[in-house]
Design a protein around this ligand. Structure first.
Ligand SMILES: Nc1ncnc2c1ncn2[C@@H]1O[C@H](COP(=O)(O)OP(=O)(O)OP(=O)(O)O)[C@@H](O)[C@H]1O
Ligand SMILES: [Mg+2]
Length: 347
């Protein structure tokens, strides 16, 4: 029995290499409502190449972020991602969920290039209501070390209890809710972060490929510092579009090319490995890097398909004051992952 006045609050916690982000979602009414956003910056050396280099600093930033949400009873959802997490769509004989669970280890051995002893597996049946002999399953394998490191970090930050999800799923959930029009045909979701760009390719709403490219706002910023002798802060100001006195074209073309090539490689891979793979018809971009002036138009011209900004708040109820002094337009692109995490309602 639910207690009177009990609230179903979920905190989506995204520990990014540039920013730790928490989003509080109220699920009480059945329709999720975003009630609070907290963002805490990290310095460049705290998390490098996806690895936590300074445990104490990151744990502190997480603690500070959670405290600032101002809520006590917490259902916290965080996630792991990167190259030590593999998401793969497979087909298996149609069985009940419990039986599928038993089959998964065997299936994973055929599909996952990791040592089975060192991974944690999860899965999702994509067509549970269909009836055919086969069913589509999204298989997830994450290296146990990665999941353990995340558990330790969250525990040390006082975040317990928590759930650990997978980045690609959370991104996909937030994206699907806010851009239902993108759930048909083949589209790419690009989350251009501080250190990495997560590329997710969806076919009729099903993630069929997820990859990380090693380019993010940090690279753009370092290029600007080198090219224009800009200070750290000045380069950052330019990347966020507050100072347009210096041209960003060179940097946008250099790093944009890396993103474009990453996308082309992924598309080529899919064309050779997937039956009936068509063209990517559109790209939706989010993450701090999606705000870089000129980057999305440049990518659109280079790839010759529409590239638009994805907005995790487009279809979401946002309580007045949830953002406090943050500017919604500026911050929204950064929130796709934490919103997706927070969409997972407390049981
Ligand atoms: N309003 C903003 N506030 C803070 N940073 C911003 C803003 N707009 C753009 N940025 C840039 O976006 C970066 C953070 O983007 P994002 O939150 O997507 O990355 P992250 O999740 O921390 O990194 P990663 O996913 O690579 O680990 C910042 O480092 C900064 O360069
Ligand atoms: Mg990120």
């Amino acid at each position: 029995m639910a207690l009177f006045g009990r609230k179903k609050l979920t905190v989506g916690l995204d520990v990014g290499s540039g920013l730790v982000k928490a989003v509080v979602m109220d699920h009480t009414s059945g329709t999720p409502e975003l009630t609070k956003v907290v963002i805490t910056p990290l310095n460049d050396t705290a998390i490098v190449e996806g690895e936590v280099m300074d445990h104490a600093i990151v744990a502190d930033a997480i603690r500070q972020t959670l405290e600032a949400t101002g809520i006590k009873t917490k259902h916290i959802v965080s996630a792991v991602g990167g190259r030590d997490v593999i998401v793969k769509k497979i087909s298996i004989e149609r069985v009940k969920e419990a039986q599928a669970r038993e089959l998964m280890r065997w299936e994973a051995e055929q599909h996952v290039p990791f040592d089975m002893e060192s991974v944690e597996l999860d899965f999702q049946i994509l067509d549970p209501d269909a009836d055919g002999l086969e069913m589509s399953v999204l298989l997830v394998a994450a290296k146990r070390d990665l999941v353990e490191a995340k558990r330790t970090l969250l525990t040390d930050a006082g975040a317990a209890p928590f759930i650990i999800d997978v980045d690609a799923f959370a991104l996909h959930n937030a994206f699907g809710l806010n851009h239902p029009d993108a759930m048909s045909g083949t589209v790419a979701l690009l989350n251009i972060g501080h250190e990495a760009t997560n590329l997710n390719i969806l076919d009729d709403g099903v993630p069929i490929l997820t990859r990380d490219l090693t380019v993010g706002t940090r690279r753009f910023r370092e290029d600007l510092q080198r090219e224009h002798g800009a200070s750290n802060d000045d380069a950052e100001t330019m990347l966020r579009g507050y100072d347009r006195t210096l041209p960003l074209d060179g940097v946008v073309a250099l790093r944009g090319e890396e993103i474009a090539v990453g996308m082309e490689r992924a598309a080529t891979f899919l064309a050779t490995s997937t039956r009936n793979f068509g063209q990517i018809r559109a790209v939706f971009a989010c993450g701090g890097g999606a705000r870089i002036p000129g980057l999305l138009p440049w990518l659109s011209e280079r790839l010759r398909i529409p590239v638009q900004l994805a907005n995790p708040l487009a279809q979401l109820r946002v309580r007045e004051g949830a953002m406090e002094f943050l500017s919604t337009d500026e911050v929204a692109p950064l929130l796709m992952l934490p919103v997706g995490l927070a969409l997972r309602a407390a049981a």
